[in-house]
Design a protein around this ligand. Structure first.
Ligand SMILES: *Cc1c(COP(=O)(O)O)cnc(C)c1O
Length: 334
């Protein structure tokens, strides 16, 4: 089976497992795991942020960011396609007691004027507009990218309006790869950043939340109350460090392969349209997503039906050049 359902399906490679086996660990609830600390410090330095917090998932990391930076009765602004709104079980309401106001950006990429329209006046009967969450790349938008200039413009606007700005950077390394900029270029733009190491980078689990020292101190407590205080989590952090040191540059292979798949899909009369492919996600429209996914699965290619008419394919570390050839053959054969 060739599994293109998600870039989360990768399994740790032998050298990654080696790195995990040799990790120097301690009890991280006592702040005594040197490998977790090394990962948190490494990520903070990489993005020019003050501090980091290792979290078991990107969902928890996003949810902590919302909880740590809002009060009940606050409202966050995000795009209708974003993960925080769609795929985190309404956690913003459950954990933080906040509401959401949605923009309709281009493939999930919000413009400053769209964000501006969401800001509520200061009245008793309105929620308090507190925070803006952007996602780069936008999963549900087909892996669409915010450019550095777009992020800078949103950041400047949020500073002017006194709004907290969070980056859901589950796939920010994919964006940085295409933009050909270093993570350091984002320094100073965001109040908090969540990065996932378990997506394209191929670690088995783990996300890192970045922010200033005081925000991360509060976040540690929230992580604990959510049940995310882990003990010898250095074994996982070692996998994340390995991924950050070895699997970042190769993301361009995933991007090229996604584009190649999209180019073939575009030639098929059973494909109505393909969202522009910017990174490692291919979303295309068919008559019946379930049927198309089943036809592909019958020929050994697993995909995700993303709505009744949309199918998603995601390229990743364990999707090889040979698998690309096979996938293209299968698409031709349908
Ligand atoms: C995957 C993902 C997350 C977090 O997912 P987990 O499965 O909880 O690690 C957050 N945001 C985006 C955009 C994602 O794609």
């Amino acid at each position: 089976m060739i599994d293109l359902r998600s870039d989360t399906v990768t399994k740790p490679s032998k050298p990654m497992l080696e790195a995990m086996m040799h990790a120097n660990v301690g009890d991280d609830v006592f702040s005594e795991d040197p490998t977790v600390k090394a990962l948190e410090d490494y990520c903070a330095a990489l993005f020019g942020m003050e501090a980091g917090l290792f979290c078991p998932s990107g969902t928890m990391s996003n949810q902590i960011a919302v909880k740590a930076q809002t009060q009940p009765l606050d409202e966050i602004i995000c795009d209708q396609l974003c993960h925080i709104y769609n795929y985190e079980t309404a956690g913003y309401a459950f954990h933080s007691g906040v509401s959401v106001r949605l923009t309709q950006g281009k493939q999930g990429v919000m413009r400053v004027d769209q964000i501006a329209e969401c800001i509520l006046p200061d009245h008793d009967w309105f929620a308090n507009t507190r925070m803006v969450c952007i996602e780069n790349t936008v999963n549900k938008g087909g892996g669409a990218i915010y450019t550095l200039e777009q992020m800078q413009a949103i950041s400047a606007f949020c500073k002017e309006k006194n709004l907290i700005l969070h980056l859901d950077g589950a796939r920010v390394f994919n964006a940085l790869n295409v933009l050909n900029i270093k993570p350091q270029a984002l320094a100073g733009l965001f109040d908090s950043i969540s990065i996932c190491i378990s997506k394209g980078l191929g670690a088995p689990s783990g996300s890192v939340l970045l922010g200033n020292k005081e925000m991360i101190k509060r976040s540690r407590k929230i992580r604990k109350v959510m049940g995310g205080g882990m003990r010898q989590s250095g074994y996982l952090a070692a996998a994340c460090l390995y991924a950050l040191n070895n699997n970042v540059e190769r993301l361009s292979d995933d991007h090229r392969r996604a584009k190649q798949i999209a180019a073939v899909l575009q030639t098929k009369n059973w494909v109505k349209s393909v969202l522009p492919v910017e990174t490692n996600i291919v979303i295309f429209e068919v008559d019946n997503a379930e049927e198309t996914a089943k036809a592909l699965a019958d020929k050994g290619i697993r995909t995700s039906p993303f709505s009744s008419i949309l199918v998603r394919m995601v390229t990743h570390l364990d999707f090889t050049e040979d698998m690309l050839k096979e996938t293209i053959q299968v698409i031709h054969s349908l």
